[in-house]
Structure formats: structure tokens, C-alpha cells
Design a protein around this ligand. Structure first.
Ligand SMILES: [Zn+2]
Length: 601
């Protein structure tokens, strides 16, 4: 299917290039010079932490101050926006997310443990959704989660055949390590009882007679199903869901989103992401938009990208690529996996429990293992940093973090790593000593703090035990050592909600109310820095983003409450009322023609 698109693209380019070159479609209108006044402005700029008004012109903050002095700078054309005492802040930076997977999952049926506490609820939701699909149409569900849906029974092929006898049906687990398919889906993907398993780690589940039971483990085995599903999904729907996904990030207050490793190596997906966020539309994007394949451009969050090492064909020639709205920053590497499937690499074994021994199928004494060797990681750090690229390294277990620290230290003997600001992703069982070792080389962490909120009890009771759960995610230790850090939700694992992340880092409370390692709690101002100016530092953009300061981009949010004056239980319910990227109001309503800032005279 993508080949056909590529062919269509080529034809359209040839036919359309000349015409379009002289009549380039004008981009979305940049908002006029605007003064936001009468607000409670938290600038995150130490030289003027609080203000009332902000003057924005050409996408930049021009001046910040009290309402009176800023309003004096208005011209007859200036749009005035009365903030009515509401709080304005710099927009949030989501330092680690997955835009393409989020878009891919966007239209699937939600079967997750966030919304389904009982096994029977999961299957009731799925059964109720099936009649909405036409015969033969693909049905996909997402988020199956044996931890949050405690009595979950994973489905068999037979069960899925009964639920959807006339449709290909595929279900994705919350961790995206396991999948389940019915007979029609397996058939559509060309998978039979005779299909060989891609590897010992990625395979098709089978019964004793060797017949497919519908379970699919890991990405390589899932690939044919994914392809069949994508080929059958109307491209327009899939591509439009990218725009919807970006709008959702903005509605949560994110003005910059960082993709931590693209999942698709399809150039057309990359072009789409580029076209949605880049300062100017790309020519190809305009062409594809004309033929109805690409959604139209609107103001959307900035999008920065790390590519996977096996997809370095997506790496531009130069780290100085793109523009400040869309850029490839470097490469994402994985050193270990996830604590919920036993692939986080620990120094001491996983706790023995029903969850680890039966549901996760781990041997007693299991510690996980690294995905690559220390010399391989060292070589990769040297290679990409020497070429000017930044590296971010997924590492969750304490043994993984020890190894990763060693690799950085080896690489640091060959090359001064400080300019690259390489990063550790998630850092669940990071020890303060490991933090310091890496910070000596300029390497800082981005913490996956929601582990505590959603899986605190599972980590405590079944996976790590109390002591290790208390020590997990040492956010305050990083702050005390003067290390900049960010917080992330790893969407689609958890929705990218800044106030929710900050709430968890501040309280270290789980959804059920348990509190883990209260000495690692941070303050509200520290949490706000992690989501703004310090995250900007990590993506080497602190001179342009992360605070409301003259000369920086006008990336702003307006909130219904002041985070510095909101009591903790309500903190995570603080609502984003408007999101402004590069001086442009993002349409959070989802309709293309809703009004932007109305002049208030
Ligand atoms: Zn991730």
C-alpha cells in the first residue's frame, strides 16, 4: 500500500511541482501582535519569576512585566487578551513520548486496566464494540493489562473467534510486548500453523499439537499482523489520527513533544510528522495534503525526534537539521526492558510472587539481562556523539544503570561528552551514586515517575519488594546534586499529563494511596522546572524554550488555577484552558475553524 502511495507521490510531484512552485499554499495565519494582560504569570525565569502581562510578536516573547507597562506598548493593531487573573506559564515539554505509536493506537478500542478493573469488564467492552464494525473490517483493541486488571484472563484464539467471527481481530497488551489475534487476523496476515517463529524471543503461541493459539510474543512476530492491519486501515484515518494525537498533547499543555525512538521506518510517516510541526510546510506535505492524503496544517506542538539505531536512514546529514519546530536530535538506544515483563536488568533477583512466577513466567532467581553489551554501547556512544548527535539510553534496572554508567565512562575517556547532554531514560532503579557518576559526564535523567502511581503496589508486593520500590525514581536526589531532570509519561504507556506527573513526583503516592520513599519527594517549584526549563536544557533548547523570557518563543499555557497555590489533592486536576505555540493558539476543540484569541477592548 505504501508503495502505491509512493508512486502516487511521484506522479503528483511531476504534475504539480511547477504549478505549486508558483502558488505555494499559504500556511496557517500567524497570530497578530498580542498582549496577554491582567494575568498571574509564572515565568520560570529567575530574573522575574512573577509578572502580569506578556507581549508576543512574530512568535516570540517581546516583553514581560506588569499590565500597565506592557499595555503601554500596544499599537492600534495589537490584539489584547484579558487573562482575567488566570495563571499563564511556559508550555510544558514532554521529554519522552511516542507520537507515532500514540497515533497508531488512537482509534483502537480501549481495553486497558485504567478503565477496566475486572476481567469480565474487558470482554464486555469488546463484545459491545464489535457490532459497530462492518463484516470483514479489522477490529483492534489496546491496553490489555494483567497488573491493573488483576483477574485478567488472556484470550485464546477460539475465544476471539467467538467474539468476532466475521472480522479480523487483534488485541495489544499495555506493554506492547504481547498480542492476541483471532483466526481471521492470522489468516489475513498469512500466518499458519507452519509459519516459523522469528526467534526464541519472538514467536507464535501454540497448543500441544503445534497449532496456533492466537498469542503473539514481541515485535518481530507481530510485524505481519501490523502490516495487514495497516494495509486494511484507510490511510486517511490513520494519518488524520496523527493530527488528533498532536492536538491531544497540546490540550494537556504540552507545547513541545519529544519522540523517543520512532517506531515506523516509513518515510511517509516521518514526512507527515515533519509537515505537522515544522515552521513551514514541506513541499511534499502540501502535495499530499492537496490529494487528501495528509491532514491540513494547524498550529501544533513542536516535535523533536530521536531515531532508533536500526533506522538511522532517518537520520539527517547534519545535527543542525530542520528548524526549532521540528528537528531530529539524535539516537535512542535500549540497554534493558521493562520490570513488568521481567526484562529490566536488576542486580538482585525479581521478587518471587504469583505475578512474576506465573503471569510473567520468570524462573526463580531471574534478574533480567542486557539487550546489548557494554562495549557495544560504548562504541555507539562514541560514534553518535562524535558525529554531533545526542544519545538517550533506556535503562531501568540498577544493574543496567551500572553498566550504562560504565559505558559512558569509557566513552568519556575518548571524548568530552558534556556538549551532547546525553540522557538516561526512565531510571527506575537508579541509585544516587549512579546519578553522580553519570552527571560527571554531563549525562542527566528523565524519570518515568508514573510507575509509582499506577504500579506502586505491583512493584512493592510482587516485583521488587518494599525497599526497592521506596528507592525507585530518586528524583529529589538528582535535584540535591544539582542535576537537571525531566519527568515523562512515556505515552502511550500513560497519557502525557504534566500535572499528573508532577503530582506523583511531589507526593510519591500511588492511585490506591500508598506512599513510596517520601524522602525522594520534590517541591512544586522543582516539579515545574522539570517540565519546563530543565527539560528544555535536556533537549539543548534552554535559550529558546522553557521560560517566559524576552527573545524566547511564545510557547504558553493558560491554567484554571495557580499550581503554586493549589492544595495537593487538587493539583493533578489543574486544567489547561489554552495552549499557545510559537505565538499561535492551538485549537483544542478539535474543530478546524473554531475562533482563536478574541480581541478584548
Ligand atoms: Zn518510551
Amino acid at each position: 500500500m505504501w508503495k502505491r502511495i509512493a508512486l502516487a507521490v511521484a506522479v503528483v510531484i511531476v504534475l504539480g511541482l511547477v504549478v505549486l512552485a508558483v502558488s505555494l499554499r499559504s500556511d496557517y495565519q500567524r497570530q497578530a501582535e498580542t498582549i496577554y494582560f491582567n494575568g498571574n504569570v509564572l515565568t520560570m525565569d529567575d530574573s522575574l519569576p512573577r509578572a502580569q502581562a506578556v507581549l508576543v510578536r512574530d512568535g516570540r516573547v517581546i516583553s514581560v512585566g506588569d499590565s500597565e507597562s506592557i499595555l503601554r506598548q500596544q499599537t492600534p493593531d495589537t490584539v489584547l487578551v484579558d487573562l482575567d487573573g488566570k495563571t499563564m506559564m511556559p508550555g510544558f515539554i514532554d521529554a519522552h513520548s511516542h507520537v507515532d505509536i500514540s497515533a497508531f493506537l488512537h482509534s483502537m478500542i480501549d481495553l486497558s486496566g485504567f478503565t477496566h478493573k475486572r476481567n469480565s469488564d474487558v470482554w464486555a467492552t469488546l463484545k459491545a464494540a464489535v457490532p459497530d464494525y462492518e463484516k470483514g473490517e479489522w477490529i483492534a483493541g489496546r491496553g490489555l493489562d494483567p497488573i491493573l486488571t488483576a483477574d485478567l484472563r488472556t484470550p485464546t484464539r477460539k475465544k476471539l473467534d467467538r467474539i468476532a467471527p466475521d472480522n479480523p481481530l487483534v488485541i495489544l497488551s499495555q506493554t506492547l510486548h504481547n498480542y492476541w489475534a483471532n483466526s481471521a487476523a492470522l489468516e489475513a496476515a498469512g500466518i499458519t500453523d507452519d509459519t516459523p517463529d522469528p526467534s526464541d524471543a519472538s514467536y507464535y503461541g501454540r497448543d500441544k499439537a503445534g497449532r496456533l493459539n492466537g498469542e503473539i510474543v514481541e515485535q518481530a512476530a507481530f510485524e505481519p499482523i501490523k502490516q495487514a492491519y495497516l494495509d486494511a486501515t484507510p490511510k486517511k484515518d490513520l494519518l488524520a489520527s496523527f493530527a488528533e494525537t498532536m492536538r491531544q498533547y497540546a490540550a494537556n499543555g504540552n507545547t513541545t513533544v519529544v519522540s523517543a525512538g520512532l517506531t515506523s521506518d516509513q518515510k511517509v510517516m516521518f514526512w507527515l510528522e515533519q509537515n505537522l510541526s515544522a515552521e513551514q510546510p514541506i513541499l511534499l506535505g502540501q502535495l499530499l495534503n492537496r490529494v487528501g492524503l495528509f491532514p491540513s496544517r494547524e498550529p501544533f506542538p513542536r516535535h523533536y525526534i530521536y531515531v532508533r539505531p536500526e533506522m538511522t536512514e532517518l537520520l539527517p546529514d547534519n545535527p543542525d537539521n530542520g528548524d526549532d519546530s521540528f528537528r531530529v536530535l539524535g539516537v535512542k538506544l535500549w540497554y534493558d526492558g521493562s520490570p513488568y515483563v521481567g526484562s529490566a536488568y536488576l542486580s538482585e533477583p525479581y521478587k518471587k510472587s504469583e505475578l512474576t512466577l506465573e503471569d510473567m513466567d520468570l524462573e526463580p532467581g531471574h534478574t533480567g539481562e542486557p539487550l546489548i553489551s557494554v562495549p557495544e554501547l560504548t562504541a555507539a556512544i562514541e560514534k553518535y556523539n562524535a558525529a554531533g548527535w545526542q544519545l538517550i539510553v533506556h535503562a531501568q534496572g540498577d544493574q543496567a544503570l551500572d553498566d550504562v554508567a560504565r559505558a559512558f565512562e569509557s566513552a568519556g575517556r575518548q571524548l568530552d561528552l558534556h556538549p551532547y547532554r546525553d540522557r538516561i531514560e526512565h531510571g527506575v532503579l537508579m541509585r544516587p551514586k549512579q546519578l553522580m557518576r553519570m552527571w560527571d559526564l554531563g549525562v542527566s535523567p528523565s524519570f518515568h515517575i508514573n510507575h509509582l502511581y499506577y504500579y506502586g503496589e505491583a512493584l512493592e508486593d510482587s516485583i521488587l519488594g518494599r525497599q526497592r520500590t521506596d528507592m525507585a525514581l530518586p528524583v529529589r536526589s538528582a535535584g540535591l546534586a544539582g542535576i537537571p531532570y525531566s519527568l515523562h509519561a512515556d505515552q502511550p504507556m500513560f497519557e502525557s499529563k504534566p500535572f499528573h506527573l508532577m503530582y506523583t513526583a511531589i507526593t510519591r503516592r500511588s492511585a490506591q494511596g500508598s506512599r513510596y520513599g517520601s524522602d525522594e519527594s520534590i517541591t512544586v517549584p522543582e516539579a515545574l522546572r522539570a517540565m519546563t526549563i530543565d527539560a528544555a536544557w535536556q533537549i539543548r533548547a534552554e535559550d529558546k524554550l522553557g521560560s517566559i523570557s524576552p527573545g524566547k518563543y511564545a510557547d504558553l499555557v493558560v491554567l484554571d488555577r495557580d499550581p503554586l497555590r493549589t492544595p495537593m489533592p487538587q493539583f493533578r486536576d489543574i486544567t489547561v484552558l489554552r495552549t499557545i505555540v510559537n505565538g499561535n493558539e492551538v485549537d483544542l476543540s478539535g474543530s478546524a475553524d473554531s475562533p482563536t484569541a478574541s480581541p478584548a477592548h
